[in-house]
Ligand binder design. Sequence first.
Ligand code: PXG
Length: 295
Amino acid sequence: MKIWLDGKLFDKDEAKISVFDHCVLYGDGIFEGIRVYEGCVFRLNQHLDRLWESAKFIKLKIPMTMDEMRDAVVETVRANEITDGYIRIVVTRGVGDLGLDPRLCPKASAFIIAANIKLYPKEDYENGLEIITVPTNRFNVAAWNARVKSCNYLNNIMAKMEGHIAGVREALMLDHNGYVVECTGDNIFIVKDGVITTPPVYLGALKGITRDAIMEIAVRLGYTVKEEPFTRFEVFTADEVFLTGTAAEAIPVVMVDKREIGDGKPGSITNRLIAEFHKIVSVDGEMVYEKAAHK
Ligand code: PXG
């Protein structure tokens, strides 16, 4: 495996970050997780826009232009001969001293990993997931705005662990007022009487690239799509529930806090959206190879 690090490709064991990098010391860094489908880096431009917004928020100067980052992603995918896989871009604050002060970190570092993806079990898509609500709340946006995809994911990791303790793979997170925000690595949607609703990002949810894609597809298919706050009441009484994310894609949820959703089977609107999503993933993005080369 070849890792791109600050302009060069390194063998996996040679790609190293300093223990004085503030990303290691404080989680002071940002990242993106991106899928590659048949040599198409899905919505790479949207991921880069989000990365640049995360950087803006934390006053981090990404040590390259967006065009250079796009080229570096393509170069890394090619170097690893990935046609279907997963890309991680990380930008760290860089090397500083042991104090918090980011002004003492003169240069950010960037690295890119292109790897194969571990997919969720097929049964989860066919039968639907069970999730539970966990005690760990999503950050209050006044304390930390989770729209920044930062390298400090402990809020999500705590919630994920609580899900695992309860024997489920994904966990639902609420805000401090009890509104549903998102899951640990996925956005959530509910469907009621044909209307599709997802929590607004101002509650502290990540503006998921998959979330955006699903909303666009739903609008194109003629559904009403809303971004509105809702509580667990609306989740338990929904006809359908599904999650979206780069890793999960779009996945049905059939049980929340031991309440069966709808008839306990993946919903028809959910399945339709998933099917439409799969039609766009290998064409809506940056093509890494000449089509003829891998077809
Ligand atoms: N919310 C959170 C907190 C996330 O971390 C999403 C929503 C979905 O966003 P996208 O842009 O991916 O549709 C995420 C993204 C993993 C993994 O391995 C998780 C994410 C991305 C890539 C891999 O669990 N989370």
